[in-house]
Write a protein that binds this ligand. Structure first.
Ligand SMILES: N[C@@H](CCC(=O)N[C@@H](CS)C(=O)NCC(=O)O)C(=O)O
Length: 402
């Protein structure tokens, strides 16, 4: 039952209580008065006073109890944590005043969305977004929010990245969250730019549900569904849609789960990973050297410990590197079965982009080198890289404020 319902119920209970209490006291007072009147002949002043004392008590009870209850209810409500329900879609009337890292303009982009991507450079989901935007030649601006002390996208209630602002037809900006949902929405729009982005965003509601094993979950259950609105893109079949769905899910839930336990596998590897982050984020230009040192060492130690928890949570093997090889082999086995350069055939599909994007988030780490040397994934990865570079728009601005 929601808080609103509870509140309504408590108000009803309260009303009934007051009414019944009042009825009871009125009857009581009426009965007392009747008895008082019938006893007038024998009445003495003391008894009369006693009766009026009862009435005063009754009146006091009627007045004090509800007032006390109302005061209690007022303070209780003031203290209670409101069950805040996020609206299904969030719009903002202007772009926040934030510095952008760079802007890409895709000459063939028909969507007119003026996308702004808030990302962390080493987040697998953000890298997946960039892989998608580049491969489709879309225009977008990138805002980095990965400085350790400035992680939040402060203007937003959403506390994660990636987070995307996209211009609607009436010039406002809509906030899109969850990498898979954003990609599904953009896939529908690039296929048919006439579709309305707000209508599309409403088609991916956040819901709570209980699984067959009784576990409560919440999320966007249809995030991999593509709203083609009856206009299937060229070469797309129901079977290819199904396979793309299945492997996108696999990329997000099998492949990505391998990343953190591997790049933070040992304390030494975690340090190496953080040193790469600090190089990528140019921390030495932003912070004094003692702070960079502290951030690298504290971050590496923290993530080393977290990676152990993740390993347990996802029931991973003791040798997570060997398991990562297995996972990569599963992907290359699938490519072998299809006998095409990409999962999507001659061109990458959304599953290719999900795996490729996640891999880009750790290209500077030992894990990446090991995957390249010990699995058969390299030729596919190189082909994906070439494809992304070929299709990406041009960089027109870097280091400016929006
Ligand atoms: N399912 C989300 C996952 C996003 C996510 O987990 N992002 C991480 C970075 S890799 C994050 O923002 N973590 C910060 C936090 O949870 O406070 C998506 O696909 O976008």
């Amino acid at each position: 039952m929601s808080n609103v319902h509870l509140r309504l119920v408590s108000q009803t209970v309260y009303r009934n209580f007051v009414q019944n209490h009042w009825k009871f006291n009125r009857n009581f007072a009426f009965e007392s008065n009747r008895r008082l009147l019938s006893n007038t002949s024998t009445a003495n002043p003391t008894t009369g006073n006693a009766k009026s004392r009862v009435n005063i008590k009754t009146i006091a009870a009627v007045a004090v109890i509800p007032t006390a209850y109302m005061a209690y209810d007022y303070f209780r409500r003031k203290q209670e944590k409101i069950n805040y329900k996020e609206p299904d879609i969030v719009t903002v009337d202007r772009v926040p005043n934030v510095p952008i890292d760079y802007k890409i303009v895709g000459l063939n982009d028909k969507t007119n969305l003026d996308l702004i991507l808030f990302r962390c450079q080493t987040c697998p989901f953000c890298c997946k977004m960039i892989a998608y935007l580049n491969s489709k030649g879309l225009s977008y601006s990138v805002v980095s929010v990965d400085e350790p002390f400035e992680r939040r996208v402060k203007w937003s209630h959403y506390k994660q990245v990636p987070c995307v602002l996209a211009r609607t037809k009436d010039g406002k900006y809509i906030e899109l969250t969850n990498s898979s949902v954003v990609i599904s929405i953009l896939a529908a729009l690039t296929n048919d730019p006439e579709q309305n982005i707000e209508d599309l965003a409403k088609m991916y509601p956040k819901i709570s549900y209980v699984k067959a094993n009784g576990v409560k979950k919440h999320g966007i259950v249809n995030k991999y569904d593509l709203m083609y609105n009856g206009k299937l893109p060229k070469g797309v079949t129901l079977e290819s849609i199904h396979e793309e769905f299945r492997w996108r899910d696999w990329a997000d839930h099998q492949f990505v789960h391998m990343v953190y336990p591997n790049i933070y596998r040992t304390h030494a590897e975690a340090l190496e990973t953080y040193n790469w982050f600090s190089e990528l984020g140019k921390w030495d230009q932003m912070y004094p050297s003692w702070m960079t040192y502290l951030m690298v060492h504290a971050g590496a130690t923290y993530m080393f410990l977290i990676s152990k928890r993740l390993k347990k949570r996802h029931h991973l093997w003791d040798d997570v590197r060997a398991q990562f090889y297995e996972v990569c082999n599963k992907w290359t086995d699938e490519l072998d079965r299809l006998k095409t350069p990409f999962h999507g055939g001659k061109a990458p599909d959304l599953a290719d982009l999900a795996v490729f994007g996640a891999m880009n988030s750790f290209v500077g780490c030992q894990t990446f080198t090991d995957l390249m040397n010990n699995t058969r994934i390299k030729p596919w990865f190189d082909a994906m890289k070439e494809n992304a570079e070929k299709n990406r728009g041009t960089i027109v601005a870097a280091g400016v404020t929006l």
